[in-house]
Design a protein around this ligand. Structure first.
Ligand code: C6P
Length: 402
């Protein structure tokens, strides 16, 4: 049974008001709210366990280390990696992709090579590759997006050349709600012996991920989008790649032996985890992953899909409604007539509705669509049909003002 009221009770923030109205939080694509269990696990660790990990022989340090490494095992199970050596803690999707761009780039990308991305990427899966261009002459080839917001897979197939070294692609568009056929893309790339990095920032909150069955080579996600704390994320990488990649940052944790003449590096995953990790956040992340796993993605996905379909159907009744993308997932991007997205978002906010407006860190996609930005409503496991009704009523009121 999907007990929405019980779920909502786990998220105290959902009970608050803004401007004297009940909060309707539809900005979950930006970040999700946190269940009490995540906050309490982190508070408990700070109040009762806190000590630096992997360093002390004392009781607290060992207990903190155990929690930290158990969290890694929870992540491993969540994504079905074959080993904890393949689970690297980072600050989030952005850092995970930068790590690959820098380290994979250094090891495997030479002048004249090519990387394939898509026209629906978030800036964090575009700019790291451009930064790499300052070190090596690598060409970015971009898979186009169709008018209905889908990747053109025939065009993608034509982008591969003997110089293609990597495909970096989002699993779900944060603007269009498109769910990309990642398994097909991995098969296509592997047929050319090209590895694939999956940006799973927008998919992990909504659907199960199995890196072994996907067979992707790298996968990145952020804790804060999947009901966990900010400042923690994950890079999954196949051991056979990670082993051959140089460290991303230098410092404590990532070393074997250090002298002024020569330093050796630690084993995986620590080779890529320089400095004190956010070991309290890893506990919170594990708790969040346990929370969604207990509900199950069948139940979460089915609730979110019916909510999204209902919202889209209701929105389509509003004169002048223009949708961007198919909203396969819990994301609806729209504009109404020629009303500016910022005006819509600001006025909706005054009525208690939190949505995101703007280019959503996907400016090249906005150029492709010929717009400056959209209003985006993005849903989570705790949102209700009543909230959708409040949103629609508020939007009707706002639109009537213009
Ligand atoms: N998108 C949004 O409102 P970080 O900031 O590292 O946690 O995640 C970056 C990121 C990478 N890829 C995709 C597909 C994303 O959607 C995001 C974050 C937020 O859409 C903030 S811009």
């Amino acid at each position: 049974m999907y007990d929405l009221q019980k779920i909502r009770n786990d998220f105290p923030i959902l009970g608050r008001e803004v401007y004297g109205r009940p909060l309707v939080y539809f900005d979950n694509g930006a970040t999700t709210q946190k269940p009490r269990s995540v906050v309490e696990a982190m508070t408990n660790e700070y109040l009762n366990v806190n000590a630096n990990v992997h360093r002390g022989v004392h009781f607290l340090s060992q207990q903190a280390t155990d929690l930290h490494e158990q969290a890694r095992e929870t992540v491993r199970r969540f994504i079905n990696a074959s080993s904890v050596s393949e689970v690297i803690f980072t600050r989030g999707t952005t850092e995970s992709i930068n790590l690959v761009a820098s380290s994979f780039g250094q090891a495997f990308i030479k002048d004249g090579d090519e990387i394939i991305i898509t026209a629906m990427e978030h800036h964090s899966n575009i700019v790291p590759w451009q930064l790499l261009q300052s070190r090596v002459e690598v060409k970015l080839r971009v898979c186009p997006v169709s008018d209905d917001g889908r990747l053109d897979l025939d065009a993608l197939a034509r982008l591969f050349t003997s110089r293609t070294r990597l495909v970096a692609c989002t699993a779900v568009s944060n603007v269009l709600g498109t769910v990309n056929p990642i398994a097909d893309i991995v098969r296509m790339a592997h047929a050319h012996d090209v590895p694939v990095l999956v940006d799973a920032a927008q998919s992990t909150p909504h659907m199960a991920v199995d890196v072994q069955s996907l067979d992707c080579d790298f996968l990145a996600f952020s804790g804060h989008k999947v009901y966990g704390p900010t400042g923690i994320g994950v890079l999954y990488g196949k051991e056979r790649w990670l082993d051959r990649m140089p460290p991303y940052m230098g410092g404590g944790e990532m070393i074997g032996k250090v002298s002024f003449e020569h330093t050796t590096f630690n084993v995986l995953p620590y080779k890529f985890e320089a400095g004190t990790p956010d070991y309290v956040a890893t506990t919170g992340l594990a708790c969040a992953l346990d929370y969604v796993s207990a509900l199950g993605f069948d139940a979460i996905g089915s609730h979110e899909r019916s909510l999204t379909a209902y919202a889209r159907q209701q929105l389509s009744q509003i004169p002048g409604m223009r949708f961007f993308g198919p909203s396969d997932d819990a994301v609806i991007s729209f504009l109404v007539g020629d009303i500016h997205h910022l005006d819509l978002g600001t006025l909706l906010d005054r009525l208690g509705i939190a949505v995101r407006t703007g280019h959503h860190c996907a400016e090249p996609l906005m150029h492709r669509l010929g717009i400056e930005g959209t209003v985006r409503a993005s849903f989570a496991l705790y949102n209700t049909f009543e909230e959708v009704d409040l949103f629609i009523a508020a939007l009707q009121r706002v639109v009537a003002m213009f």
